[in-house]
Ligand binder design. Structure first.
Ligand code: ATP
Length: 387
């Protein structure tokens, strides 16, 4: 064994001397060509190939570089031997990064890959109006040649998705309301927002543990169900009915759901909605990854009209703004009334084509006022009783 190492060291020494001699003897162009040829020959016989993800793509920032950086930072702290740590001004969170020229292994769908953070000094610059940083940064991905197609097709998309989720979790979440009743402002934004900070989580929520588990499982399945919704042709949305006496934890449950999913919340105040088109506009201005809350839906039901509902036909005109009803009519001059049934079915209608990954939560403190036939004709994905 000792002889093997001695021979190897001698061989490397001879190679190094040979290269030094060639470097002196050969003109730089020939030397560069010989070096390139050697690299190509080595690559040909190697079972690996390499992909560079540089930070700058010409003059633009490479979005893939940012995504890889974010993705690696989510697990780099557990496995890398050398880390680069950063913390932004006024931030309480430390960001982990891969130190220069450090490698980290990852496995995607059983396929092993390796990332290396490559930082090289930039050659002395020719004059440019645009200042360039002194060093070039990038990630080098090492993959087996036989896995190349699979990794390039699926793994990079997976990284982009993961990075988007991390970005989403890091950003300040908002609670939106239309309760100020303003019409579209100059930017066409009908919602007012405040930072959403609610302490309620599924850990703090007093609820039957099994029920809690069911809800969390349902929510988790929803967030990863894009493909399933695509296959069935349905909109990527979910509808829950939350019912229970006042003060029994409906709002706390909604906050716990939003905190669990890192979603924004939109509280739709129906008394401020004047027409169907306004409702449509409000819904279209909600963002993806959000919970849309429609509170006290029992206030939309006029019991006197229940009996008039056609048996098999579509329920109509359930909203009836009687004198005792504090809500305003959702009607414009063109008989544009929003019915209770429509409100339940809005997520399934034409609107669904432009709204994805949204959860609708309807709440009521008077479940008994809701017509079972109506709920049957438009079933909720889950009915949750809080008590
Ligand atoms: N199941 C629960 N778990 C944790 N906290 C609860 C629960 N129920 C009520 N609370 C507490 O009681 C207060 C009122 O609860 P919450 O606002 O969630 O009730 P609500 O059903 O939404 O009431 P309302 O129908 O009047 O809007 C909150 O401060 C909340 O912390």
């Amino acid at each position: 064994m000792k002889e093997f190492w001695t021979s190897l060291v001698s061989l490397l020494g001879v190679l190094a001397s040979l290269m030094n001699i060639l470097k002196v003897v050969l003109p730089p162009e020939a030397w560069f060509a010989a070096f390139s040829f050697l690299i190509r020959a080595l690559n040909y016989f190697s079972s690996y190939c390499y992909c560079d993800v540089t930070k700058m793509d010409g003059v633009n920032t490479n979005e893939l570089y940012n995504a890889v950086q974010l993705y690696l930072s989510s697990f780099v702290s557990a496995s890398a031997s050398r880390l680069s740590l950063t913390r932004a001004i006024n931030s309480s969170a430390t960001t982990f990064g891969l130190s220069n020229d450090v490698c980290i292994n990852d496995v995607f769908d059983g396929v092993a890959v390796q990332w290396e953070h490559v930082v090289t000094q930039r050659q002395s610059q020719t004059f440019s109006w645009q200042p360039h940083p002194d060093e070039k940064r990038g990630f080098r991905l090492r993959i087996r040649k036989r896995d190349k197609d699979f990794i390039l097709n699926s793994y990079l998309d997976y990284i982009m998705d993961k990075a988007n989720n991390i970005r989403h979790k890091n950003q300040q979440r908002l609670l939106y309301t239309n309760s100020l009743g303003r019409t579209l402002d100059s930017r066409g934004q009908p919602w007012d927002s405040v930072p959403f900070k609610h302490p309620s989580t599924f850990d703090t929520l007093a609820m039957d543990p099994e029920r809690k588990r069911d809800i969390m499982e349902d929510l988790s399945n929803f967030t990863v169900g894009q493909a399933l919704y695509g296959q069935t042709g349905g909109a990527w949305k979910r509808r829950y009915l939350l019912y229970g006496l006042p003060g029994t934890g409906k709002s706390s449950t909604i906050a716990a759901m939003a905190n669990f999913l890192y979603y924004d919340i939109y509280v739709l105040e129906l008394t401020q909605v004047r027409s169907k088109s306004e409702l449509l506009n409000l819904l279209m201005k909600t963002s993806s990854k959000s919970i849309i809350v429609i509170e006290d839906i029992d206030r939309l039901v006029n019991p006197s009209k229940r009996s008039k509902m056609p048996q098999a036909a579509t329920p109509q005109s359930y909203y009836d703004p009687g004198p005792s009803d504090s809500m305003r009519s959702l009607e414009d001059g063109n008989n544009n009334t929003i019915t209770f049934w429509e409100l339940l079915n809005f997520p399934d209608g034409l609107w669904s084509c432009c709204g994805s990954e949204r959860i609708f939560i309807y709440t009521t403190s008077h479940f008994e006022k809701l017509d079972p036939a109506l709920l049957e004709s438009s079933p909720m994905d889950m009915q949750i009783c809080v008590s």
